[in-house]
Design a protein around this ligand. Structure first.
Ligand SMILES: [Zn+2]
Length: 308
């Protein structure tokens, strides 16, 4: 199928300053890698996402926090958290990042079409009322609530293979029984949460903590095993992927060992499952990944596998 590649020029306007690992070069590397793959580029539909509204952001965040991000950007930016900063363009970037994921969900619901959303800032550490870990708003968590509230979907599965625990996603969805969340992450590692016995108040969370430096197949097997455990006798109506490419071998912020072939395997396995569960409705969103050329290469491998 023709998949969509969704991004927004405003995602480049979140300026994290000199020497911050989460910078616009990550997105440029993706478009560069896509540009080198003419066949794929011609097949993929390029879409400029949209800005999420404040009401949409409030599906997962407190209105005073949303307003504070807007105000901080309007005043030129500042520091939101130990490692999270905002610039004058950060409100537009964050709203466009969330809106691009929502656009992907609209497309999945309307046409059953899959998409890869190349967005920044990333989202899976953002909490209800504060920024954390390079993240301002929970792009994917908001998307899960949006799919239920605006499209009337029942069950949403979020699967997160970023090397860090998706603590923000967990916090933003764990009170909703019909959103299940699987996160595989390095342990012990930033942010320190995500123990296997932390199942959330509704037992709707599957955390898979893993040591760094294992052979790649161990991560692939553990991730898919948790996805299958989470979906035993529970069929999702939509699959959201938090595609963090900091789980690749050599990432400066992680110790996992995935290679491009593993990205292909994981993506195809999730597509196969989405086809069996819900007509193939799957929306993937970029989370981390801090070796830009590797992120670009992985994104192309990922998109090719999403076409399956
Ligand atoms: Zn990460």
């Amino acid at each position: 199928m023709n998949i969509a590649f969704i991004s927004h020029a405003d995602c480049g306007r979140h300026d994290t300053g000199w020497n911050h690992p989460e910078h616009v070069g990550r997105l440029r590397a993706i478009t560069r890698a896509l540009g080198r793959d003419w066949e794929l580029m011609l097949r993929v539909e390029h879409r400029e996402g949209r800005h999420a509204t404040a009401e949409e952001l409030a599906l997962a965040h407190d209105p005073p926090y949303i307003a504070s991000v807007r105000t901080m950007a309007a005043q030129g930016g500042g520091r939101c958290d130990a490692d999270t900063v905002a610039s004058d363009g950060s409100w537009d970037a964050a709203a466009a990042g969330v809106g691009s994921v929502l656009d992907g969900i609209d497309l999945a619901v309307a046409e059953g079409r899959r998409s890869f959303c190349a967005v920044r800032p990333p989202g899976h550490h953002a909490l209800r009322d504060h920024a954390m870990g390079f993240c301002l708003f929970g792009n994917v968590a908001i998307g899960a609530h949006y799919a239920r509230v605006r499209h009337g979907l029942g069950r949403v599965l979020i699967a997160d293979w970023d090397v860090h625990h998706g603590n923000g996603t967990q916090a933003l969805v764990q009170d909703t029984e019909d959103i299940r969340f699987v996160s595989m992450h390095q342990w012990p590692w930033y942010p320190g949460t995500g123990a296997a016995d932390d199942r959330g108040p509704k037992e709707s969370i599957w955390n898979v903590p893993m040591a760094g430096g294992l052979r790649a197949a161990a991560y692939v097997d553990a991730f898919l095993g948790a996805v299958d455990a989470a979906t035993a006798n529970w069929t999702p109506d939509l699959v959201l992927l938090s595609a963090g490419f900091d789980s690749l071998n050599g990432d400066p912020l992680g110790g996992f060992t995935l290679e491009m072939a593993d990205v292909d395997t994981l993506t195809r396995a999730m597509v196969d499952r989405a086809v069996a569960w819900c007509g193939g409705r799957l929306v993937s969103a970029l989370e981390g990944g801090y070796a830009p050329d590797r992120v670009g290469e992985a994104s192309v491998v990922h998109m090719r596998a999403l076409e399956a």
